[in-house]
Design a binder for this molecule. Structure first.
Ligand code: HEM
Ligand code: HEM
Length: 185
């Protein structure tokens, strides 16, 4: 009788999940920085337009990637823990992560709504333009801008909790959580 090897559990996120996480974290930090910077500038100035062109290019890249990332997450799931977290801590992490997934979809969609219904350009790093699928409509553009602004504050708050949680794992608990996303587990 042959014995089948027992598959050992995976304790870290796989290469593709880590790639999505760190690439999109960089895109999103850059998008937030440029978005906040442009919010300080007078509308219509060349600097603001230029910053927003890069901002929109970064944000549309997030939109192109997030669908694939969510689908892959549904297939690949969450890796096992060597030392399982408490029930409440795990629930809080899951809620925070779900919130970040929703916001990674909500932010580019409301950004698109703002720019497209405002009749503005949708460039991608000067290489091509995304199609504008929405009619020009000032009310929708203002609705989009309001939702985008509220979403930006919400993202800022949830992201701050995400980073505080990581710091707590690294400096207080000194556990495996950061290693799971770096790939050293
Ligand atoms: C992950 C994706 C994105 C993030 C995190 C993000 C974040 C931000 C932030 C923090 C601001 C400054 C606050 C505000 O004025 O609302 C902003 C402004 C803006 N964003 Fe985004 N954004 C994203 C995607 C997009 C996309 C895809 C577009 C358009 C195609 C876009 C268009 C704009 C515009 C036009 C503004 C200026 C809004 C105004 O002045 O009313 N954003 N964004
Ligand atoms: C320097 C910045 C960041 C660090 C150090 C960091 C760290 C981590 C770590 C260690 C995990 C794994 C948690 C676990 O094992 O349960 C994680 C998961 C996650 N992070 Fe981050 N993160 C950062 C930025 C971001 C940003 C900007 C976003 C998106 C807005 C984000 C979204 C997520 C999501 C959605 C998960 C859950 C992954 C999953 O279960 O599919 N992170 N992060």
């Amino acid at each position: 009788m042959s014995t089948l090897p027992i598959p050992s559990p995976r304790y870290g996120y796989d290469r593709l999940q880590r790639g999505f996480h760190w690439l999109m974290a960089a895109l999103i930090f850059a998008a937030i920085g440029l978005g906040v910077w442009s919010a300080w500038l007078v509308q219509g100035t060349p600097l603001r337009r230029g910053l927003l062109d890069i901002h929109k290019s970064l944000g549309m890249t997030v939109l192109a990637l997030i669908g694939l990332r969510i689908l892959y997450r549904l297939v690949a799931g969450e890796p096992a823990f060597r030392v399982p977290p408490g029930r409440l801590a795990h629930l809080a992490a899951k809620a925070g992560h779900a919130g970040l997934y929703v916001l990674m979809l909500f932010m580019p969609l409301t950004g698109y709504l703002t720019s497209a219904s405002g009749g503005n350009t949708l460039p991608w790093f000067g290489l091509f333009s995304w199609p504008n699928l929405l009619p020009r409509d000032k009310a929708n553009a203002m609705l989009g801008a309001g939702l985008h602004y509220g979403g930006a504050w919400t993202l800022g708050a949830v992201l701050a909790l995400h980073l505080l949680a990581v710091a707590w794992h690294v400096f207080v608990r000194r556990d495996e959580v950061l290693a799971r996303m770096i790939g050293t587990r």
